[in-house]
Design a protein around this ligand. Structure first.
Ligand code: COA
Length: 246
């Protein structure tokens, strides 16, 4: 009959843990192996996360210029190469995944709006592709007085709406980047590309006041002019404008 010696068992356990820790870097792709001690698994997960983050940051360096062959992100403007509705919708569904249950944000409504908007003569679109796959887009069109876009604007407190209705204005209708491709400057590059060399002296957009994108827009120079609810089941958006002339 064998008797379990607690000291001997502890020594064996420590030795096994040491061997596992030593070979751990070799099994990065087996982190989910339930046999690994949790401390080792946690360390490997953290190492893998750090590696992914480093790869991500290197992959789209926003300092690189458009057209640099080392730049893996291809930004194209206009409809010379029209993206398919399916590709745009796929990016939308990913970018707005947390909002799709709200009727105004459903995929069906997005497609309806997109079909209508892209039929407008002034429709403009910028696409970002990584390795041939659409990962982000920005699009919009020109607003004129006849669009009555500002009719229901509630001006920001103590502020006259600084919106000259006699001047055409570019309406940035949508800017979206797939979640996996965010925080590498793709959004900024799409934003800058769609607004570059525009004929309109100003641009406008609507953003939910609690959308983290709002902070980005303010950082990128946009100014709040008030609030607007463009259709009955839409949120009460914050309306922002950007001077394109200066
Ligand atoms: C808003 C949105 C388009 C931004 O896209 P993005 O590609 O993440 O934008 P950027 O990378 O240019 O900027 C985002 C942040 O990444 C940072 N960043 C840019 N390049 C970076 C890099 N190489 N490494 C680390 N961070 C970087 C920016 O400084 C910015 O940081 P901050 O949030 O601390 O200010 C994206 O979040 C999105 O699709 N949201 C859902 C759709 C939406 O709400 N759209 C707006 C409708 S009005």
């Amino acid at each position: 009959m064998s008797v379990v010696n607690p000291v001997r068992s502890a020594v064996i356990l420590i030795a096994v843990a040491g061997v596992v820790a030593a070979v751990a870097p070799l099994v990065l792709d087996q982190i989910s192996d339930p046999g690994l001690p949790s401390a080792v698994r946690n360390r490997l997960t953290a190492e893998q996360d750090a590696k992914r983050e480093a790869d991500r940051r290197h992959s789209y360096n926003p300092a690189m210029s458009l057209g640099n062959s080392a730049d893996p992100l291809l930004i194209t403007r206009g409809l010379q190469v029209p993206p398919t509705i399916d590709a745009v919708t796929g990016v939308y569904a990913d970018a707005y995944s947390s909002m799709l249950n709200f009727p105004a944000y459903s995929v069906e409504r997005f497609v309806q709006r997109l079909r209508f908007q892209q039929a407008e003569a002034t429709f403009d679109i910028v696409q970002a592709q990584a390795k041939g796959t659409l990962v982000g887009f920005a699009f919009g069109n020109t607003l004129t007085r006849e669009a009555h876009w500002w009719d229901d604007l509630e001006p920001a407190e103590d502020q006259e709406p600084d919106v000259d209705l006699d001047q055409p204005m570019f309406l940035l209708r949508q800017l979206a980047v797939m979640r996996e491709h965010r925080r590498r400057g793709v959004g900024r590059r799409l934003h800058d590309a769609i607004l570059a060399d525009r004929g309109e002296p100003r641009a406008s957009l609507l953003v939910r006041p609690n959308n983290p994108a709002r902070r980005l827009y303010l950082k990128w120079g946009w100014q709040t002019v008030g609030h607007l609810q463009p259709y009955p089941d839409a949120p009460r958006f914050e309306a922002l404008v950007l001077d394109l002339a200066s």
